[in-house]
Design a protein around this ligand. Structure first.
Ligand code: NAP
Length: 294
């Protein structure tokens, strides 16, 4: 593969827009497609080329990166008629960075291999800030060879990269990550709710505890947004609920009871139904503010 393989990037939302921008600035020829064309605007102004469908986008690509929303979107762009698997040239490396299901990742890898393509599931952690600052953590499933080929691109978008094992294992690692985040989000919200009930000054409490054992990635990323009344995504509630449901399904299939995950999932379900799917995950604060957690 050349120093700067041609990249087709599908899905340029909160995460994908920033990640694709890094690839473009690093010198990769970039073709983009996303459902709502306006969301590719900054990339097109910076020199990316627009394609009208995922299939068109990937025809001359050496590497395809996808960052869409849900497993159904992943299935459509890869396996749909005229989609990526059908249109990519043999030898193309396919990297799905969406948070999706392990089983779909394995299915895509199998179909891709049968067509002479290589596929990785490579979901990310680090949030919108990590995407913007190119500090994402990337956990990948697939062959070691495919991982090694993807590494130069991963280094443009992130700082921590791990080959987890066979196809689907990147998604399993991401589910473990989301289970951890479910806990730290509840910890963040409940610690600040308690401080508020005890009439502590919230900004001071957040700052004081930032140096203590309650600190976490969620504490640092979302605490300040809660304090300033910023409930925009960040990370959409609708996507977190998707992730928590996948994690519960996978745990159930393995016969593993995770009561903390069940509690977080039920609270976020309530938030989604009662406050809105388009908010950021820190908006769980709003549910507690009106006593909706009880
Ligand atoms: P987002 O802003 O909704 O971005 C997804 C983009 O993909 C949207 O612009 C969407 O189009 C586009 N898309 C969806 N289906 C498509 C299709 N079939 N064909 C073409 N384009 C399609 O969401 P995001 O926050 O970037 O998250 C993307 C993925 O990363 C999700 O799986 C999420 O769970 C995961 N993730 C997010 C974060 C975070 O902090 N935001 C962190 C780690 C992982 P529309 O604009 O028309 O909806």
């Amino acid at each position: 593969m050349s120093m700067h393989p041609a990249v087709a990037f599908i899905g340029t939302g909160v995460m994908g827009g920033a990640m694709a921008g890094h690839l473009l600035r690093a010198g990769h020829p970039l073709v983009v497609h996303t459902r709502t064309r306006g969301k590719a605007g900054p990339l097109l102004e910076a020199g990316a080329v627009w394609a009208d469908s995922p299939g068109y986008a990937v025809r001359d690509a050496d590497v395809v990166v996808t960052m869409v929303g849900y497993p159904a979107d992943v299935e459509q762009v890869y396996l749909g008629a005229g989609g990526i698997i059908e249109q990519a040239k043999p030898g193309t490396l396919l990297i799905d960075m969406t948070t999706s299901t392990p089983s779909l990742a394995s299915r895509i890898a199998e179909v891709a291999e049968a067509r002479g393509l290589q596929a990785l599931d490579a979901p990310v952690s680090g949030g919108d800030v990590g995407a913007r600052n190119a500090t994402l953590t990337i956990m990948a499933g697939g062959s070691r060879g495919a991982f090694d080929s993807a590494l130069p691109l991963f280094k443009v978008m992130g700082t921590t990269f791990t080959h987890m094992g066979a196809s689907g294992s990147g998604q399993h690692a991401k589910m473990a990550n989301q289970i951890g985040i479910a806990g730290t989000m509840l910890g963040l919200i409940e610690a600040l709710q308690y401080a508020k009930a005890a009439r502590l000054e919230l900004a001071r409490t957040h700052e004081a505890l930032s140096g203590g054992g309650a600190n976490s990635w969620s504490w640092g990323a979302y605490g300040p947004r809660i304090l300033s009344g910023d409930f925009a995504p960040g990370f959409y509630v609708k996507h977190f609920v998707k992730d928590l449901r996948i994690a519960l399904d996978e745990a159930g299939a393995m016969g593993l009871a995770l009561p903390g995950l069940e509690l977080a999932e039920s609270l976020y379900e309530r938030l989604l139904e009662e406050e809105g799917a388009e908010l950021g995950t820190q908006a769980l604060w709003l549910l507690y503010e009106r006593g909706g957690q009880g």
